[in-house]
Design a protein around this ligand. Structure first.
Ligand SMILES: Cc1cc2nc3c(=O)[nH]c(=O)nc-3n(C[C@H](O)[C@H](O)[C@H](O)COP(=O)(O)O)c2cc1C
Length: 326
């Protein structure tokens, strides 16, 4: 559903072309300093505008509707709303009969019996990640001094990001990307095995980010080709620091005090400018599909800050859970 977390509980809402999108956070500790300017940096990083991102420009101005008084969180639920201002819904009319390959038009329509909002992808739009980023700003404050840094390291399988973006634009196509997320200064002991181990919790929220198709910790899939003698991380001091970090900072679902290392694969945008075929459910025939609307050529360009927010929310929940047990 649309809620995540056990103590620091985040509920996202909204649609791409509805009234707006946002987040409601319950279980946030009281007394955390919070002003609107705190959101600026992370919201700017998610914004479109760079080459390879959607031409749809939105103000993305947060409205704090509840849970903050005199520039501090109150302990009551915090609601943050972003109003939609720049919508062009007619672009999506045709996609009701002819779903986009790779998008959620077909699955959303079937699951919700045709009552889903198809405009701009509705609730399946990347716009929903605004609420995640806003909650992430607060979560980052809760987990400080834990530091999360996510960077785009590859696009289309290459480190030459501008060239791959330019190629995809020229071909009216799209391109995927790889994000590296590093989390430092997490204490030993976060994560609650069995089902709420740290890998499970992080993977759960990271896979909720639209277009994320792969998440690996430490050596990840490469571990399957390694020997134990290569993969084992040898301890080098009393704090639990290890010589290598193939585990990605987590053992048994519990943070081990080393850097938490995650790689996230983001797929190429499904809405492409190239002609494709799809099934027309009205005429019951295969037809050529031209997708209108405004789209990111490379979603991964905008996802690093969303990854940071998602990781921060998961860690804030672990942190609050740990505090509750003390
Ligand atoms: C920041 C962000 C921006 C996105 N922009 C687009 C877009 O412009 N066009 C599009 O087709 N999908 C876009 N997506 C991806 C869709 O939301 C996603 O593919 C869709 O919900 C289906 O989910 P899935 O790809 O995870 O199966 C974006 C996702 C994110 C996180």
């Amino acid at each position: 559903m649309n809620s995540f977390g056990q103590v620091f509980r985040v509920q996202i809402f909204g649609e791409s072309h509805g009234g707006g999108a946002g987040v409601c956070i319950d279980g946030c500790p009281a007394g955390i300093p919070l002003v609107l300017d705190d959101f600026n940096n992370d919201l700017r990083r998610r914004k479109s505008g760079a080459k390879g991102t959607t031409p749809r420009l939105e103000g993305d101005l947060p409205e704090i509707v509840s849970g903050v008084y005199r520039n501090h969180t109150t302990g009551a639920p915090i609601t943050i709303l972003f109003r939609n201002e720049n919508t062009r819904s007619a672009d999506y009319n045709r996609l009701i009969a002819m779903p986009r390959p790779g998008h959620a038009d077909f699955t959303g329509n079937r699951k919700f019996g045709g009552y889903n909002d198809p405009r701009g992808g509705g609730h399946f739009s990347g716009r929903i990640t605004l609420g995640l980023v806003a909650a992430g700003v607060i979560a980052k404050k809760i987990i400080a001094p834990v530091l999360i840094d996510a960077q785009l390291i590859e696009v289309g399988g290459s480190k030459d990001i501008p060239t791959k973006i330019a190629e995809a634009i020229a071909e009216h196509d799209s391109v995927g990307g790889l994000i590296h997320c590093r989390i430092n200064h997490a204490p030993v002991g976060w994560g609650s095995p069995f089902f709420n181990g740290l890998e499970s919790t992080l993977a759960h929220i990271l896979f909720a980010i639209p277009a994320v198709k792969g998440v690996e910790f430490g050596a990840g899939f490469a571990a399957a080709a390694m020997k134990g003698s290569q993969h084992n991380d040898c301890f080098i001091d009393a704090s639990g620091k290890t010589l290598t970090n193939n585990a990605g900072g987590i053992n048994g679902g519990i943070s081990n005090g080393n850097e938490i290392n995650i790689r996230i694969a983001v797929k190429p945008t499904s809405s492409i400018g190239k002609e494709q075929t799809s099934f027309n459910f009205e005429t019951q025939t295969m037809e050529t599909l031209y997708i209108g609307g405004r789209h990111d050529v490379c979603i991964a360009l905008r996802v690093p800050v969303v990854v940071e927010a998602a990781a921060a929310i998961a860690l804030a929940d672990c942190c609050c859970l740990n505090t509750n047990h003390e």
